[in-house]
Write a protein that binds this ligand. Structure first.
Ligand code: PMP
Length: 416
């Protein structure tokens, strides 16, 4: 570990120093310094990640596993450690419980398709929550339709919290798997996943956690949580796009049929019979994203050098500051007021359309997201078409929150 990194870790985060690791944060937009508050959509990448991927393509690139030649062995040696780093990061028991995918969406599709084909019968059910991202609704809907199963929903109250009183009753309705997000990308709610896991496991039902918005904000120990499946995307944790992870307990992964067929996922192929490969390769058909693994490995090294505890403490402080600041704006209505929240602030201002507010903020260099955030069912529940969403990362500052508040005031003057 370098000296600067050790200093950062001991003294908490020196945000201005951390920001220097992210070249894109120096961008100006319409003459204003970029204020990037769209981190729930994707995070920016530190130099450590950019350089690791560049190094991979410049000096190592070759196809992995089967090659006898020098570069192919180098590529394999660069690619596989990513899996080890991820396993260590989420405290998986085995490295082969880490399956590489394109991202959260593909990870969930993999489980929906494989688990559904193996375990779902007519009249069975999958249980999700009313605040899921479309990626954790549609794959289940598709497999339920195919298998004649039903999609059931844990309700959400006005504050944006799960109504757990109904959980036990719902679980009894032939539920075969529960799939829920750890942190909502639309509301910022941190869900009581331990309670859900306890209730589901009490009835022998496995649980999949969509950790797309949790992996970057909170420490995750899959063994301590005892979660059966966990999905996340590299690009939300300062890593590259198009790469992601499915963690699955070995005993579950061994029971599931392969998701896709092709190279890498086989041991032997003949026209009569194909013998599938062992974990994790059984689920990794085709040439993998080598640079993706290298990039995610570098991202995990980077954030561990800052310290997850430092990140959490700082983000907590920033969130409290932002909540206070937004609550001080006349006519601003937060959508989602859960007691436990992280990362995301969703809001509306008076009768201003979220898109108009987003555009005015953009002209001031402030990047927020507007719309339904791929969570239409929860927007429907609030009877709104969408919100403005500001989402935080550890490189954001209090002065960026002040800029957001100033920007909102400007929009109110113009449109309010
Ligand atoms: N689930 C949640 C909670 C998300 O926030 C997202 C990304 N917005 C996804 C799933 C899908 O992630 P990806 O597009 O990276 O597959």
């Amino acid at each position: 570990m370098s000296d600067t990194v050790t200093i950062k870790r001991k003294r908490g985060l020196d945000i201005m120093k951390v920001r220097e690791d992210f070249p894109i944060l120096r961008t100006t937009v319409f003459g204003h310094p970029l204020v990037y508050l769209d981190n729930a959509a994707t995070t920016q990448k530190p130099l450590a990640v950019l350089e690791a991927q560049d190094r991979y393509y410049t000096t190592i690139n070759s196809n992995v596993h089967r090659g006898v030649h020098f570069l192919s062995q180098q590529a394999t040696e660069a690619y596989e450690p990513g899996r080890k780093k991820i396993a260590a990061f989420i405290h998986a028991r085995h490295t082969h419980e880490i399956i590489f995918t394109k991202g959260t969406t593909e990870s969930i599709n993999l489980v929906a398709s494989s688990f559904g084909r193996k375990f779902l019968q007519k009249g069975d059910a999958i249980l999700v929550t009313a605040m899921e991202h479309h990626s954790n609704i549609v794959p289940w809907q598709m497999i339920c339709e195919e298998r004649g199963a039903l999609l059931k929903v844990i309700p959400v109250n006005e504050k944006g919290e799960l109504v757990l009183d109904e959980l036990d009753g719902l679980l009894k309705e032939r539920v075969k798997l529960v799939a829920l997000n750890y942190i909502s990308n639309a509301l910022g709610t941190v869900n009581p996943v331990r309670e859900v896991l306890r209730a589901a496991h009490g009835m022998g039902i496995p649980v999949l956690l969509d950790a797309a918005q949790a992996i970057q904000h909170t420490e995750i120990d899959v063994q301590e949580l005892d979660v059966d499946f966990l999905a996340f995307s590299a690009h939300k944790i300062y890593g590259p796009t198009g790469f992601g992870v499915l963690y699955g307990k070995e005993e579950w992964l061994n029971q599931l049929p392969p998701y896709q067929g092709g190279g890498e996922m086989i041991k032997t192929v003949s026209f009569e019979k194909t013998v599938y490969n062992d974990l994790p390769y059984k689920f990794e058909a085709g040439t993998p994203d080598m640079a993706g693994s290298v990039g995610l490995g570098a991202a995990l090294d980077y954030i561990q050098s800052l310290g997850m505890d430092n990140i959490r403490t700082y983000e907590h402080e920033l969130m409290a500051y932002a909540l206070d600041a937004l609550r001080g704006i006349d006519g601003l209505r937060l959508i989602g007021e859960a007691r436990e929240r992280a990362g995301v602030l969703s809001f509306l201002v008076g009768s201003i359309h979220p898109f108009d507010l987003g555009e005015i903020l953009d002209k001031q260099g402030i990047a927020v997201r507007t719309g339904h955030h791929c969570a239409q069912p929860i927007m429907d529940q609030y009877c709104i078409p969408g919100t403005v969403r500001a989402s935080l990362a550890f490189y954001n500052t209090k002065s960026e929150i002040d800029a957001l508040v100033t920007g909102i005031h400007k929009a109110i003057q113009l449109l309010g």
